[in-house]
Design a protein around this ligand. Structure first.
Ligand code: BGP
Length: 471
């Protein structure tokens, strides 16, 4: 009898996002989202209108191939599948009063397929997909009116799907807004950048909207579990100097405040100090304060890498990172895209979040973006992605360690369970999937799907509930 630290009922699966997988950017009444005018992700300028070099316009055509893709997820044994609902499929401009029925019907079909295969849906309400009209006509989340638009959108989803979807996430990586205002907050970025006062007010609006969605779910879909979703990034001091430890504490606070608000229901003192020292006066109403007290049922997060931090400006050599950079850690290797690989960091962040919030945790993104080479093995097209197996194995072993530490982990959805368009660079060549999709950065390819070596590996991990991992 092989043992495993993973509890019975642990939810194994994968994660995607509408703007990175679906394509059909203007089908069946869908309005434009900020993603449709970001042909280079956050690593390049936006376009005025959708341009043919924007791979997200077609994505991997999941809009038409969702049944085939979900059948492949079921073949791996997925217990859960995380996907996002594209806000502008439901409210094309974002400020309408009535939803677009064709958009709702598409996600009804997705849920039907998942139900057919016994896969639990985990739905992200807003995954960097703010309707472009709300960005251009209202200034995105800097405008308090977005709270009402989001509330109407969330209520529509809970009323329509609340009895079929148990797990909901309000905003993807809600702590990325200050770092990627247009992608994360639908905030147009003028020449001189967005004034900090506006960015922090936008952050407040999203936190209020997230809490209001949680309150609405309690009314409309009492069985639903609502979680927040943050980008986790363990930060290590570059040296043991107390100054570096303070630098880490302050950088950590910048990320932890979002989980603090979602689990404690109010802004912590260290954040109020940040506002004072920046001279920022937030517009916070009594209603806002009451809304924020509606805290979440669980905390979910993405994990890819860790960074270092130092108080010494001379040593601040910024490393690459997932939306947020930091000082490079000389003890760690990096991926082809410069993200520092640190499986132990996942154990550390699980313990930190559990010790701090005592809320069930859900890892909803983890994976390795890599250039995969399609080859033929025994007459079958595949990718021998031993590097991805090693990355995932080592990270899952650390999840097991955290569970042994007493951390309550609900599940794990590997990011990009099928090759999709990258968020930061809008490339397809940065592949995460267990399934290869034949489409290239220049838009060519058959869109055919092929099982990689990691497909069978992950099926074994799921079948054995983690016992097959190499410790
Ligand atoms: C996270 C996003 C995901 C996904 C992931 C991988 O920040 O929540 O949408 O994109 O990063 O990043 P990338 O696609 O840039 O490699």
């Amino acid at each position: 009898m092989t043992t495993t630290p993973f509890p019975d009922g642990f939810l194994w699966g994968g994660a995607t996002a509408a703007n990175q997988i679906e394509g059909a950017y203007d089908a069946d009444g869908k309005g434009l989202s900020v993603q449709d005018v970001m042909p280079r992700g956050i690593s390049g300028p936006r376009s005025e209108t959708p341009t043919p070099d924007n791979l997200k316009l077609v994505g991997i055509d999941h809009y038409h191939r969702y049944a085939e893709d979900i059948a492949l997820f079921a073949e791996m044994g997925f217990g859960v599948y995380r996907f996002s609902i594209a806000w502008s499929r439901i409210f094309p401009k974002g400020d309408e009063t009535e939803p677009n029925e064709a958009g709702l019907a598409f996600y009804e079909r997705i849920l039907d397929e998942l139900e057919k295969h016994g896969i639990e849906p985990l739905v992200t309400i807003s995954h960097y997909e703010t309707p472009l009209h709300l960005a251009e006509q209202y200034g995105g989340w800097t405008n308090r009116e977005l709270i009402g638009f989001y509330e109407r959108y969330a209520r529509t989803l809970f009323e329509r799907f609340g009895s079929r979807v148990k797990y909901w996430l309000t905003f993807n990586e809600i702590n990325s807004l200050l770092h990627a205002p247009f992608m994360s907050g639908g905030i147009p970025i003028p020449e001189g950048g967005v004034p900090e006062q506006q960015l922090y007010q936008a952050m407040h609006h999203e936190l209020v909207a997230s809490a209001r969605a949680t309150r609405i779910a309690r009314e409309v879909a009492p069985e639903a579990k609502v979680g927040c979703m943050v980008l986790s990034m363990p930060i290590y001091p570059l040296t043991p100097s107390p100054d570096d430890a303070v630098a880490v504490m302050e950088a950590d606070h910048g990320n932890l405040v979002y989980g603090d608000v979602h689990t404690r229901g109010a802004y912590p003192g260290y954040f109020l100090r940040t506002l004072r020292e920046k001279g920022i006066e937030l517009d916070i109403t009594d209603q806002d304060r009451d809304d924020l007290t509606h805290t979440v049922d669980f905390v979910s997060f993405s994990y890819y890498m860790s960074i270092a931090e130092t108080a010494d400006p001379a040593k601040k050599v910024a490393g690459e990172g997932n939306i947020m950079g930091g000082v490079s850690n000389p003890t760690l290797e990096a991926s082809e895209w410069g993200w520092q690989i640190d499986p132990v960091g996942l154990r550390l962040v699980l313990n930190q979040f559990w010790d701090r919030w005592q809320q069930p945790l859900f890892i909803v993104e983890n994976g390795l973006g890599a250039r995969d080479q399609l080859v033929e093995v025994d007459g079958e097209k595949t990718v021998v992605d031993d590097y991805r197996i090693a990355y995932l194995n080592d990270h899952l072993v650390q999840v097991g360690e955290a569970i042994e530490d007493g951390v309550e982990v609900l599940g794990y959805t590997s990011w990009g369970c099928i090759d999709i368009v990258s968020a930061s660079t809008a490339q397809l060549s940065k592949r995460y999937g267990f399934i290869y999709v034949d489409r290239n950065d220049d838009g060519t390819g058959s869109l055919d799907r092929y099982r990689k070596k990691s497909f069978g590996w992950y099926a074994d991990v799921i079948r054995s509930n983690g016992a097959s991992l190499t410790r």
